[in-house]
Ligand binder design. Structure first.
Ligand code: OAD
Length: 260
């Protein structure tokens, strides 16, 4: 390598980026290959390459509503038809989508790592469709409905729904089995996610803005307990400064490169 007064400008900027990323990729891959316990937290970004819009991205608004305006018990009480219209739109959109290489990489990682935990904020079911055996769904499942009054709950994959808002046989409103803002996460699922974060040697965070709690706390907990945190995202997030390795790029490209 020739010493040059122009310093780094000898190399085109892109190749410097690539070199840095490659080093980080190799480091991350090495950490994962030698780890007994790996946990992964995914967010809407992992499904973006399948064509499912993220919540806070440029296509995140639906009819000018933010997710926070619709995914709440208050919004449902005020206008269940509007909330269901949004979910019916998302359900129809997701029904036509397939998992992408990011989802499949996590299925392979599960086979590779002795103790693997997949934690997801996504409700789209694409991790299940890819073949992940036991995704911990912190925010519920868009394909399950439940009655707001009786104990009825069932899988419902009908798109579009014939009646909006849909009703239970008992006459009451059905709602999607999704955890809304202000509601409690499923206790056992969250406990399992918490324990996985506490014991992970490597914690991968892929495709989440890390703005929604308590999910966003899991990688920080993992770091506190000694895990190396690897972030995969198109953009910097509040978690980036706390991550050991940041891998900028689409999850569908980056995650497959982390496999042994
Ligand atoms: P967000 O929409 O807040 O964030 C998506 C993240 O994915 C952003 O940081 C993007 O930069 C990143 N991203 C986009 N495309 C990507 C790609 N191809 N590869 C890697 N990263 C990519 O979604 P979440 O963080 O999942 O909750 O949002 C958390 C929760 O807020 C959701 O579960 C949902 C929402 O309101 C409820 O509805 C209850």
């Amino acid at each position: 390598m020739i010493l040059s007064p122009e310093g780094v400008r000898v190399f085109p900027e892109a190749s410097i980026e690539t070199m840095t990323n490659t080093d980080n990729l190799i480091r991350a891959k090495g950490l994962i290959a030698s780890a007994e316990r790996v946990a992964v937290l995914t967010g809407a970004g992992i499904s973006a390459e399948s064509g499912v819009p993220t919540f806070r991205g440029k296509d995140g608004l639906w009819k000018n509503y933010r997710a926070e305006d619709l995914a709440s018990p208050e919004a449902f009480r005020k206008d269940p038809g509007l909330v269901w219209e949004w979910y019916d739109w998302r359900r129809s959109l997701i029904a036509a989508r397939q998992p992408n290489p990011g989802h499949y990489a996590l299925v392979k990682l599960e086979e590779q790592v002795p103790a693997f935990t997949l934690i997801t904020q996504n409700v789209d079911g694409l991790h299940d469709l890819a073949g992940s055996s036991h995704p911990l769904k912190l925010h519920g499942d868009i394909w399950t409905v439940r009655c707001t009054r009786c104990t009825y709950t069932d899988i419902n994959r009908q798109t579009p729904l014939p009646e909006i808002p849909p009703r239970c046989d008992c006459g009451s409103l059905l709602r999607p089995d999704i955890i809304w803002f202000g509601e409690a996460l499923p206790e056992a699922t969250f406990r399992e996610a918490w324990q996985a974060a506490e014991s992970a040697e490597v914690f991968i965070v892929a495709g989440t803005s890390a703005l929604v709690q308590p999910a966003a706390s899991l990688p920080l907990l993992a770091a506190k307990k000694g895990a190396k945190v690897v972030e995969v995202n198109l953009e910097e997030t509040p978690l980036s400064p706390h991550s050991d390795i940041v891998l900028p790029g689409p999850a569908g490209d980056v995650l497959p490169q982390l496999l042994a």
